[in-house]
Ligand binder design. Structure first.
Ligand code: PLP
Length: 372
């Protein structure tokens, strides 16, 4: 019986055609015609004032931390259940990361736990749009306003999702999206910074352009460009941008096919859920999601391990997700012990992700469900 891979990177079909156009233009480096076309595409799609393509979501998070001016003595609250760089991008400024719990039902940030961890050193919260789901963005905004702090959206997985009709990545002053090949839409590696606060656009462009005002020079605003601030080399090459444009132009059909697969999983697994075998990780109300991931929670870590091994033995690449950061060797070095965030610890160990990509079929999903 044929196996089912966990992921298979999406290919739209037009990537090579656009890459050929890069060869024809002779502009390979970056911030060229394809980068600008993709940025405009994303600005229109998100209805955001400025989008800057980056070489990764990590780069967008690092830029966000720099633009907020975080530094030693500042505290940033980050869910422990997330990718490493949600935390490390904040720490590179010298700021301290304070880990908080996630809600086991959604694996999204637990806002009550966040509030209990806010001190007079807290500068920001970083909600993560896990699985393309969104926590209640209204509550997050209110908490930030009340405590006079900001928030940064880690929307690595969130492109195409929305909360109460507004696209994820447009709520915070700054948000970052990933185009890594594991995401619905990708460029091998890649990402973007969404600048929703217009007051940050000029500074963001300087940081993005290696610390120079080269972007202003290209717009004809200055007659020569020079070093303005500490920045870095944050943008991708035109080859990646060309690849990404082809992907974005197929996003609508990509998301609707993914949603068909997600809905079939939900249909097949609802009876298992009713009989108490597992729980489906579903989006909270108000959230329209992009079918990035189908994840389930088993009743115990042992059940999750047994189920994963059984599926793997049958050729189904079911996988765990993040090891909570507070339990990692780095988290221990930071002074945490696993018991500090017990809810997150248990929820992460019970979680299992199932294959979801466009090279699989509805029949594959029915076969996976039959193995439970
Ligand atoms: C929640 C989250 N944040 C950040 C990242 C980092 O994205 P990138 O690999 O594009 O830097 C990822 C990557 O998977 C992620 O899942």
């Amino acid at each position: 019986m044929e196996g089912v891979r966990f992921n298979s990177p999406f290919i739209s079909g037009n990537e090579r055609k656009y890459i050929d156009e890069v060869f024809e233009s002779g502009h390979f480096s970056g911030n060229g015609p394809f980068t600008q076309r993709v940025q405009t595409w994303l600005e229109d799609f998100l209805d955001a004032p400025r989008v800057l393509l980056t070489h990764s979501c990590t780069a967008g998070l690092e830029m966000s931390a720099m633009l907020n001016g975080f530094g030693p003595g500042d505290e940033i609250i980050v869910p422990s259940f997330t990718f490493v760089t949600t935390a490390s991008s904040m720490m590179r400024t010298g700021a301290k990361v304070v880990f908080c719990e996630v809600e086991p039902e959604t694996m999204l940030i637990d806002i009550n736990d966040v509030e209990s961890k806010i001190t007079d050193r807290t500068k920001a919260i970083v909600p993560v749009h896990y699985a393309g789901f969104s926590p209640d963005m209204e509550i997050i905004s209110q908490v930030c306003k009340r405590h006079k702090i900001t928030f940064i959206e880690d929307s690595a997985q969130g492109l195409g999702s929305s909360w109460n009709g507004r696209k994820l990545g447009t709520f915070a002053p700054l948000a970052s999206i990933s185009f890594h090949e594991t995401k619905n839409i990708h460029s091998g590696l890649g990402g973007c910074l969404v600048v929703n606060d217009e007051g940050l656009i000029d500074e963001a462009e300087i940081i993005w352009e290696r610390g120079t005002n080269r972007s202003a020079f290209f717009k004809g605003l200055v007659d020569k460009y020079s070093w303005q601030a500490v920045g870095s080399s944050f943008y991708p090459s035109e080859l990646q941008s060309a690849f990404l444009l082809a992907q974005l132009e197929s996003m609508e059909s990509n998301l609707s096919q993914r949603m068909e697969l997600w809905n079939e999983y939900e249909r097949c697994f609802t009876s298992l859920e009713k009989s108490g075998v597992l729980r489906i990780i579903r989006p909270p109300s108000g959230c329209y999601h992009n079918a990035h991931m189908f994840a389930i929670s088993l009743n115990s870590p042992e059940e999750a391990d047994k189920t994963r091994i059984r599926l793997n033995e049958n050729g189904i690449q079911a996988v765990i997700h993040y090891v909570p950061l507070h339990t990692s060797p780095m988290g221990i070095k930071m002074g945490y012990s696993p018991e500090d965030l017990p809810k997150t610890n248990l929820a992460a160990q019970c979680l299992l992700r199932l294959p979801l990509h466009l090279d699989m079929s509805i029949n594959d999903i029915q076969r996976i469900a039959s193995l439970f």
